[in-house]
Design a protein around this ligand. Sequence first.
Ligand code: ADP
Length: 680
Amino acid sequence: MKSVPLVAWLRFTSSDRRGSLWAVLVLLVAALLATLVWLAGRYEISQVQGALERDTTDAVSDIRTALTRNVQGLQALHAVNPTPGSWIVDAAALLHEHREWVRLEWRDAGLAVIAHVETPYRVPTFDRLGRSNATPDVSLACATARKFNGPAYAGSYFVPQSDGLGIEVMELCLPLVTAGRLSGYVVATYSLQDMLAELIGKQYTRSQEVSFTEPDGTRLALHGAVRRGSRVFTAQQLLDLPGNTLVLRMDGWRGAPDLFPNVLTALVTAMSIALVSVLVLLARDMRRRLKAEHDLADALAFRKAMEDSLVTGLRARDLEGRITYVNPAFCEMLGFAAEELLGRSAPMPYWPPEMADEYQQRQAIRLAGNAPPREGFESVFMRKDGSRFPVLIIEAPLINVLGKQTGWMSAFLDISEQRRVEELSRASQDRLQATARLATVGEMASLLSHELNQPLAAIASYATGSLNLLQAVDGAPDPAPAHTVADLRMAMGRIAEQAERAGKVIKSVHDFVRRREQAREALPPQALLDAIMPLVSLQARKLQVRVVTQVDEGLPDVQCDRTMVEQVLLNLARNAMQAMDLPGLRERVLLFRVRRAASAEGNRWLEFAVADVGPGIPDEVARQLFTPFYTTKTEGMGLGLSLCRTVVEQHGGYMDFLPNQPQGTVFRFTLPATAPRRAR
Ligand code: ADP
């Protein structure tokens, strides 16, 4: 047999144990009930049996008394010396009174019959077989009687009757002694069945069957009630007579054993059943209660966990404006403990003092029953340390289970982070615009420097004209004609004017370029990408674009004007994301890739690429792509790409684009790396 592992036993949960306890209890109650019923049944049976035993003993003593009285009656026959004639008359009278006798005989000392009388209640018993058949029994009884010198009985025997049936009879022999000498015998023949009928009280035979049996149980004679039930109770008692011993047996019947044999048992049973029912009800009630408790605890724990893990601050106020509830997020947001807030009313400790009046008015309006805007309103709260922060408040009436308003429930969102991002985005936007302006100025400057050819050419031609005038003056008589001097002055004035203007332009461009060059710094390529990522992500989220960056390992730093290059990357990223903003496009990926430039001087140049999976660039667009003010967008400026190229070229790099595989466009540009570093 496998032994039950300890672990399995230990795994017995408390509910299993409770279940088995209940099972044991139920078993015990059932066993108790069964035992009670069984004991009550047993008790009743023993009562019945005892009564039967008593009856049997009484019946036996009844018979004994009657037999003794009968012997006296027989002796009385011979009290006066009877003649056979008178004896017959007396004996007949006696027989008339005693139905248990079937025949009386007066026999002489030699056992010869002197006179005899037959019972008047039946056909003469010995008619069929003859009396001589009974002689041995009579002799035996009389021999015993002689021996005892008193009445003696012989064993019973069966006498067939002329009607085909028969009766069991027993001989009684009474010796007659006259003057100390045996003078004869009186022999009385008892019918056993009539003995039962006559000698025993009627009360015994009314409800029971009484019989004489032989010691081995063979029934000799029977009298009494007819069998009624199926259950038999039996009692036996010996009837010890001189010369013969009979067994008196009494059988009583009872119906099928009752389930509830008596009132006591019935009562106990009823009470047990009531007890079991109460137990069952209690168990069910307890189970229901346990389940309810469990559910409640679960619900409470869930609610608590929910409240604790909320990032939204929650606050409840009653109708007077006192705080009745705050959740952990609200406390954390403000830096106050819950106890410091509960029960407080206006002015609240988290109201900035300068706003307290305004908030007070707002609260008065709210408490007067005016519903707040559904979408919430913004406000400023003060932390315990005095710092202010913006919050979004959403308020709603607090309605209890009866549908009555008991106060106000408010949710708070700390929107400082949101504000910060917005601020950041606005600042970046400003910076972007500023950079774009600068780049535009650079672009303009290059255009202007191109334009400078005009003034320079003008200056050159004025100068040539002036020289020619001077040569003409050389060969002319003094003084020079006045109009020549005036011409020269005018030309010189124009030259000075043009030169000054050109100088100014050049200086401004020069200043501009020099300033930008001074701004160059060495940066890891990843830092450039990291710097623009917040802005890119903002737009990417809006357009559902996934941003991927691939920066090769061990790249050198890039030497660049950080702001301008960020501007380039931002411009390219924005173009790429706008190109992918097509309704049918499902997979939108924006890829930033940085690696060494694939040139002989790869170590000195890094290649940046911005790739999209948009529709690509058609040829007619491609031709004019870098032309300033060329755009295909309604609100586009058409300056982005040309500025980008300007910036890249200012750094000494180049910029181009090629189709992406399987679709889209890759814009790439190169930037100078710092002096090569040792590979790490
Ligand atoms: P804009 O300010 O209008 O975007 P740009 O100089 O940045 O001007 O770009 C010029 C044009 O080049 C755009 O209007 C667009 O048609 C095209 N273009 C730029 N980048 C892409 C790209 N990644 N995919 C497809 N077309 C592009």
